[in-house]
Design a protein around this ligand. Structure first.
Ligand code: 4AD
Ligand code: MG
Length: 477
């Protein structure tokens, strides 16, 4: 007999026929009640062991973390909290778990301790819930774009270009460190390297994505991206997953509409599919926030916050308006910002973004038309000659979740910009070609997948929403 998933058993009506379940013991009470979980749902199934007729040896091996197989009948449960339970007639221990040594004890562990045990933390309720939500969100991303006629494009992970021009790249090389081949000038001779040129891990698939949008019309990427920025924050990873749609003939307003519609869709899809997990995570957050002062607690519970985002328009505000608001804000006047806002043109820090979203507008905000010199080279210059058609979406508790723009489609203007910034036009000839042959207005954005998972799960550290986080000084597992 094949075993049935716990999720399906919990949704079944009690009956006299035999059922089989396999999973890991969460707890074993009174030598009688096993709470069994197989990862299919946050809910455990209670398995009632006939301890009088079970060998003492076997009972001893039913410990937290052990893998077991139970056979029995699905009965109406007498206890509170569940409709059905398994009246066990046969139990087999598949894999023992020494209770003295298994780190995931049935008690509250700190998130830091769980990070150190990332290979086992997935056995806890919270991480099971987070990773099921993550999986559902990923599926929703594909479903949204596929329904809308976008094509999924796999852009290269190893590339020779620095899409963001920020220089925060991990080098990819097969050259030896000792006895590295040198040119006559003494520089590393990349001609002798694997690809015959300098390469790195991609920071974004955008530039390659644009070439595909200029042929397939509407495309999206969804893949890993890498940044060697040394920011040890709760919002940054060195390896993260990014979703990058790119659409021919879309202008900046179309781009904002797409991003807003997309985010609302994937949240709704996940709220509909992951009710039990989200209810658990909502409760977890309430418990966690009990230790914080009232003023630092969330104004809304998790599900209410998600509904709020789905039901309300994101506020669209130009950079220039935002600077005015910030300049005249209380924290700026009282010198509470670490970076005071005085002149137009300054880059916004996360303290400013959070003020706008959390204190001033109290809803998601789309900031657009940023100063050209604080944004990437490929953004469409506005008629004013000093701002570009960029947009960032800022979320409460997260800060920037999306960065995007209308792209500079004019060959001459783009070339001029690249020259001014010292970007090698020979290296990016293929990118410039899209502007030489059938150029057109087009736009796209990048959404940091882990920041979305953070928002939906109510977690506060990005290390807790990706299975094995990569951050400065940490590449364990
Ligand atoms: O704003 P970014 O750098 O934009 C780009 O890479 C563009 N090429 C996207 C595009 O237009 N196609 O990054 C996009 C998003 C950010 O808004 C943020 O959500 C996320 O990627 N992100 C990170 N997430 C986790 N860790 C990091 N170190 C991140 N850096 C950016
Ligand atoms: Mg950005």
């Amino acid at each position: 007999m094949k075993h049935t998933k716990v999720k399906d058993l919990l949704n079944s009506a009690p009956g006299l026929h035999e059922v089989k379940a396999k999973g890991w013991v969460r707890t074993f009470r009174n030598n009688q009640f096993i709470a069994l979980n197989d990862g299919s749902t946050i809910n455990n199934i209670q398995c009632v062991v006939d301890f009088a007729n079970t060998p003492e040896e076997t009972l001893k091996r039913i410990t937290t973390g052990a893998a077991v197989c139970v056979v029995g009948t699905l009965a109406e449960s007498q206890g509170a909290g569940q409709k059905v339970e398994i009246q066990v007639s046969k139990i087999e221990i598949l894999g023992d778990s020494d209770p003295e040594k298994f780190p995931m004890q049935p008690k509250k562990h700190s998130l830091e301790f769980l990070r150190e045990n990332a290979h086992l933390r997935i056995r806890t309720n919270a991480f099971g819930a987070i990773m099921r939500v993550r999986s559902t969100l990923a599926f929703a991303v594909h479903q949204y774009f596929q329904e809308k006629g976008f094509f999924y494009v796999n852009t290269p992970i190893i590339t020779g270009s620095d899409a963001e021009g920020a220089g925060e790249m991990f080098k990819v090389t097969a050259l030896p460190f000792d006895g590295t081949p040198r040119t006559e000038e003494g520089k590393v001779n990349y001609k002798e390297d694997f690809f015959g040129k300098e390469t790195n891990l991609t920071v974004s698939g955008q530039l390659e994505g644009e070439t595909y949008a200029m042929a397939l019309g509407q495309i999206y990427t969804f893949g890993p991206t890498f940044r060697a920025e040394n920011s040890n924050t709760s919002r940054h990873l060195a390896e993260f997953w990014m979703i990058e749609p790119e659409v021919a003939f879309n202008n900046l307003a179309d781009n904002m509409d797409l991003a807003e519609d997309f985010i609302k869709y994937v949240i709704k899809y996940t709220v509909d599919k992951c009710g039990d997990d989200l209810k658990f995570l909502e409760q977890r957050l309430i418990e966690e926030e009990k230790s914080k002062p009232q003023a630092d607690r969330s104004e809304m519970a998790l599900l209410e916050k998600l509904s709020f985002v789905m039901d309300n328009n994101f506020k669209r505000v130009s950079y220039t308006e935002a600077i005015d608001i910030l300049k005249n804000s209380k924290p700026n006047k009282n010198k509470k910002f670490q970076y005071p806002v005085d002149d137009w043109g300054v880059d916004l820090q996360s303290e400013h973004e959070r003020f706008l979203v959390e204190k001033h507008f109290k809803c998601p905000v789309i900031l657009f038309d940023y100063p050209a010199n604080i944004k990437a080279f490929y953004m469409r210059l506005n008629e004013d000659g000093k701002t570009v058609r960029a947009m960032d979406i800022l979320f409460p508790g997260i800060g920037e979740i999306v960065g995007g723009s209308q792209r500079e489609e004019r060959y001459d203007v783009l070339l001029e910009k690249m020259k001014a910034l010292g970007i090698d036009e020979k290296e990016l000839y293929w990118y410039l070609d899209t502007r030489r042959f059938g150029s057109a207005v087009h736009s796209g954005f990048g959404l940091g997948f882990e920041r979305l998972v953070l928002f939906v799960t109510g977690m506060t550290n990005i290390r807790d929403v990706i299975p094995f986080p990569r951050t400065p000084q940490n590449a364990e597992f």
